[in-house]
Design a protein around this ligand. Structure first.
Ligand SMILES: [Zn+2]
Length: 330
């Protein structure tokens, strides 16, 4: 009878351990050969796997799956500061791959795209161990992610491949739910002269808003004014627009045009069909370059409800085709 009791305890232990791995990876194969002393707590695999060692810093015998939870019965800290958790008889995993500080289910197998706001440091694990970052991702770039992890400080980590993680302090999910309209240059609103503004301020009708280099400081990154999908990039063969333009169709139905700011495709960092968030970097304001028509000293931004190409035959026309950008940007 005593032996039978031990077996059922063992099963109960395995069941309660399995239930920790909420909806991610079900733990089915751990069956300790002897009943352990009372568990100290649960440890959770946040990495792609957790290697199981026969002793701290010993030999790897197998691995446990990402997202699984395990009861542990003993801990040890080695000379390098790594904490080891004994999860079975002669079975140890360590805090480079599993930790006690996260909640069951906090590693999720979900996919999407993140956009790098400034630069993003790539970590080999979620930043629980302060490991050296492996590399950085460039401003404005898009990355598909495969798993997410919420850490105890409230940061969301996105696994962008292999053991590469970036976090929500430096990237944002590409959701296109931001309904805002923003300035295309980081400094914000400039002092627009009459000649820069939309309308009749310079004798002829100006169908957009000119952002002058002197208004906006030294940051040359051009950011999407509103979320949408890139409709055209490059040289449209319309001399007045310059050699490099970007057209983004906003998800709420406007064509937005960025023109006269660039020399060639090197000044454009998005491609046709790409979805962009508001404020995502889309190009580079190449002040002093030659845009094919004039020396670059401003970015012309236009908004229309029409198709941007059809709207070209209404350039310089006060017929309602073009809309004052300052009615959006305030
Ligand atoms: Zn203009």
């Amino acid at each position: 009878m005593k032996k039978g009791l031990l077996v059922s305890l063992s099963i109960a232990t395995a069941l309660s351990t399995a239930s920790i791995a909420t909806g991610v990876v079900t733990n089915t194969f751990w069956s300790p050969s002897v009943v352990q002393a009372a568990a100290l707590g649960s440890v959770y695999v946040f990495d792609t796997k957790a290697d199981v060692y026969n002793a701290p810093n010993g030999t790897i015998t197998r691995s446990l799956p990402m997202g699984s939870g395990w009861q542990y019965f003993e801990t040890q800290k080695d000379g390098s500061g790594t904490t080891w958790y004994r999860v079975g008889t002669s079975e140890w995993i360590n805090d480079k791959q599993a930790v006690t500080s996260i909640q069951p289910g906090s590693v999720k197998a979900e996919t999407g795209t993140v956009v790098v706001a400034s630069t993003a440091t790539v970590w080999t694990t979620p930043n629980l161990h302060k490991e050296s970052p492996a590399r950085t991702l460039p401003t404005g770039s898009n990355w598909k992610y495969f798993r997410t992890f919420k850490d105890s400080w409230g940061l969301t980590w996105y696994n962008v491949g292999g053991t590469e993680w970036v976090n929500s302090g430096e990237v944002t999910p590409s959701t296109q739910t931001d309904t805002g309209w923003y300035y295309p240059l980081t400094k914000g609103r400039g002092q627009f002269s009459a000649a820069q503004k939309f309308g009749w301020g310079r004798g002829s009708f100006h169908d957009g808003l000119d952002f002058g280099s002197y208004d906006f400081g030294s940051d040359r990154q051009i950011r999407a004014v509103h979320a949408g999908t890139v409709k055209f990039v490059g040289n449209p063969g319309i001399p007045e627009l310059g050699n490099a333009i970007i057209v983004i169709h906003t998800y709420d139905g406007y064509d937005t045009i960025y023109q006269e700011f660039g020399v060639n495709m090197n000044d454009i960092s998005v491609r046709v069909g790409q979805k962009v968030n508001a404020k995502q970097v889309i190009g580079y304001f190449d002040v002093g370059g030659w845009n094919g028509v004039a020396t670059i000293d401003h970015l012309h931004f236009g908004v229309t409800k029409s198709d941007w190409r059809a709207a070209q035959s209404h350039a310089f026309s006060d017929d309602g085709t073009w809309i004052d950008p300052l009615s959006f940007l305030w």
